[in-house]
Design a binder for this molecule. Structure first.
Ligand code: ZN
Length: 356
């Protein structure tokens, strides 16, 4: 095995620690993560973790100690910072969690958990993104089932007919209950994209999605699907694909089509995703597209910066940034559904998934 294959062993712990220290307190005041007191002072170091700085909350505060990692996503990890930094970088290169686990030499479930957390931290940048100007919209149905939700695989009853590889899909539009949830892409010609994973593609859904995504008074270009025709509140024009009309002067939706082409190849890497996890994957792809002018290193730094914020970290662990969870409850997701309360401990730690 070559030495370069263990790239993360070439970094020194001190360099990584200094980098994380800079990133942790960049643009943030040095304050206690527990009581938010600004009255803190240095309080020694650790033998086992060279470079990790320790602080103590002084008088009038909680008087407890904390360090550079307290309350962040990286807090309490037995793996080194080099593992985390490399994992974040590989995530931005669209690697799957299994691939990352293999390259880093960690367990598959560790890789899955890290990827889920880091993706969620990246989603914090995508909260409340609104598009303005001329917006193109298109819809797509993606086959997504119950991946990873049978306890042991094989012998456990699925409670449904197995979908089977290469099985012909049902004709007509997809639906969440038919294992083909819909996705709607919104692309602004002035920059910025939003992709939403939804249960279905009815007028009600599209209207709600449009209101969440577009600023009032935006111009909307779509294809001739009936759900777009009844949308209110936006100047709307469409091209008719059945009549082989793909562009009429300024009116076309080619950017939205192109975005789906990129999304499909991005999702192929994972060899099928579960429909409950689909919004998370789609949301992370949205982050990658909205910052595509940056290199993977710069994107990784953005994610690490978010992961080092205790407020974002605790929400990212719970998966609260996935769009459907906060205000867009169209997909039956583990957080919205009280029956799946147990999945809050997930992902990764327990294999106790419930079949929805
Ligand atoms: Zn304190």
């Amino acid at each position: 095995m070559s030495i370069v294959s263990h790239l993360h062993h070439l970094f020194t712990p001190e360099t990584c620690q200094a980098y994380i220290h800079t990133l942790r307190w960049k643009d943030r005041p040095l304050q206690c993560p527990r009581c938010q007191s600004l009255n803190v002072g240095p309080w020694g170091t650790y033998h086992a973790q060279p470079g990790l700085k320790r602080y103590r909350c002084k008088e009038k505060g909680c008087k407890r100690t904390f360090n550079d990692l307290t309350g962040t996503l990286l807090d309490g990890s037995k793996r080194s910072l080099m593992h985390w930094i490399l994992a974040t970088f590989l995530l931005c290169l669209s690697c799957s969690s299994r691939r990352i686990a293999k390259e880093l030499g960690v367990h598959v479930r560790t890789g899955y958990r890290w990827c889920w957390w880091l993706r969620n931290a990246a989603l914090s940048y995508e909260m409340g993104r609104k598009l303005a100007g001329t917006v193109e919209a298109d819809d797509l149905y993606h086959t997504a089932g119950h991946k990873g939700q049978a306890k042991t695989g094989g012998t456990k009853a699925l409670g449904r007919q197995p979908r089977g590889r290469r099985k012909k899909r049902e004709p007509g539009r997809g639906h969440y209950d038919k294992d083909r949830p819909a996705m709607i892409a919104w692309v602004s010609r002035q920059g910025g994209v939003v992709i939403q994973a939804t249960r279905d593609f009815t007028v009600k859904t599209v209207q709600k999605a449009a209101d969440l995504t577009m600023q009032a008074g935006s111009k909307l270009y779509t294809d001739s699907a009936s759900s777009y025709r009844l949308i209110t509140g936006y100047a709307h024009d469409s091209v008719n694909h059945t009549k082989k009309e793909y562009a009429r002067g300024d009116v076309h939706e080619n950017r939205a089509e192109c975005l789906f082409s990129l999304l499909k190849s991005y999702l192929r890497v994972f060899r099928g995703v579960s429909k409950t996890n689909l919004p998370g994957y789609v949301g992370f792809f949205q982050f990658l597209r909205n910052f595509h002018q940056l290199t993977a290193f710069e994107q990784a730094e953005m994610i690490l910066y978010a992961a080092l914020d205790p407020a974002i970290a605790s929400r990212a662990r719970k998966g609260e940034f996935v769009t459907c969870l906060d205000h867009f409850k169209l997909l039956q997701c583990p957080m919205c559904d009280p029956l799946t309360e147990r999945r809050r401990k997930l992902p990764g730690k327990s294999q106790d998934h419930l079949v929805l």
